[in-house]
Write a protein that binds this ligand. Sequence first.
Ligand code: C5P
Length: 222
Amino acid sequence: MKQIQIAIDGPAAAGKSTIAKQTAELLGYTYVDTGAMYRAITYKALGLNIDLQDGTKLTELLKETSIELKPSPKGQLVFLDQVEVTEEIRSKEVTANVSVVAAHANLREEMVKRQIEMGKHGGVVMDGRDIGTHVLTNAELKIFMSASVEERANRRFLENQKRGIHTNLEELMHDIALRDKLDSEREASPLVKAKDAIFIDTTSLTIKEVSNKIMQLAQERM
Ligand code: C5P
């Protein structure tokens, strides 16, 4: 069977990573969480007190930085310069600043180069904001997933609750809407649906329903 490329894009907290992870597992494919890569460089820049508006400096920093995504029974682990930062990159501070870092065109160019390399042999499920439009532009299957802001905030709220993290629903809704705005309105590869992507509104669908739909679409393309 053909080892295809699957690109999953969409706004924050649309359920992309849950679905992408599951699809990769079911197919025995590699899962690449590109958001984790932008989060990792943001985490490093914050630690070094680098001006997040300085795209040139951030790109130089990225060029000398190693970011690795490694599968494990606990899920995908993220390594920054050989140190595990899987949990650290999900902090409030990183989440609040990552879209500013990800808006720099020169930094994105370097990230996209790495991601193209990671997906070039196929057998990959990659999720992000620009995968169908700039990274896996010839992917056999492109999905654009979304859900209402209320539903996405609610899902994130329940997910946090399960992990023992207390969050405020109103605050989550505000943060998600702000990140959507920054990601959609930036000049460099903004969040848009690729022309050949299939749109899935997950507002009233269960994870299982979305997963089944994507598996069916993937199998038709193998
Ligand atoms: O997917 P996640 O919410 O972890 O992504 C964090 C941020 O990284 C996004 O809000 C966006 O600003 C940026 N990002 C991006 N392009 C990608 C993946 C993520 O700009 N392919």
